[in-house]
Design a protein around this ligand. Structure first.
Ligand code: ADP
Length: 166
């Protein structure tokens, strides 16, 4: 059975800021879907306080994916499944870096399935060189004046330096 219309995937997260690991996952997803919506969760729905505002995260994501046809960026608040349904999405994408990610991710996937049985969650593995990268570690390294160019795109590196220089 072929899916009706274009296949749409949602890649949700905080992206504070977008890293090369996130980029890798979004670009792998666009090989499987017609559209990928990188969805930045509104800060009110997150436990941790952020470095960049949601608008700044979106701006960075748009710059990073400017040349990637089919990858779009949006913000959402409330339940992910409600946003996914409003966008006509067929699946949610999550990246798995290590086994330690798995327990929470599986729980979340099953909760989302409970909330909206039609949604599927797909897990993708990043290129091994990116599997240790997290936004929180990148923020930490940048804050302490470390070099982050292997972990983030040049535009993100510049913005991190500007944040911490001020
Ligand atoms: P959250 O705050 O919900 O963990 P993140 O923005 O940190 O959101 O990450 C969004 C998604 O991207 C999650 O599925 C996370 O596992 C995945 N991810 C983050 N960093 C990487 C990476 N280096 N490689 C693969 N997946 C990653």
């Amino acid at each position: 059975m072929s899916p009706p219309g274009p296949l749409v995937g949602i890649y949700p997260g905080s992206f504070d800021p977008v890293t090369r690991g996130h980029e890798d996952i979004a670009r792998r997803t666009i090989r499987l879907a017609d559209r990928v919506i990188v969805a930045v969760a509104h800060t009110a729905t997150q436990k941790k306080s952020g470095l960049f505002t949601v608008d700044e995260r979106i701006e960075l994501l748009r710059e990073v994916f400017a040349d990637d046809d089919g990858i779009e960026v949006a913000a959402f608040s409330g339940l992910l499944v409600d946003f996914a349904r409003s966008q006509g999405a067929h699946f949610v994408i999550r990246g798995l870096r290590a086994v330690s990610d798995f327990e929470y991710e599986l729980q979340m996937a099953q909760m989302n399935q409970e909330l909206w049985p039609e949604i599927e969650t797909l897990f993708l593995a990043p290129e091994v060189d990116y599997s240790f990268i997290s936004s929180s570690l990148v923020r930490e390294v940048a804050k302490l004046g470390g070099e982050v160019k292997r972990f983030v795109s040049p535009v993100v590196r510049e913005r991190l330096q500007a944040k911490f220089a001020g």
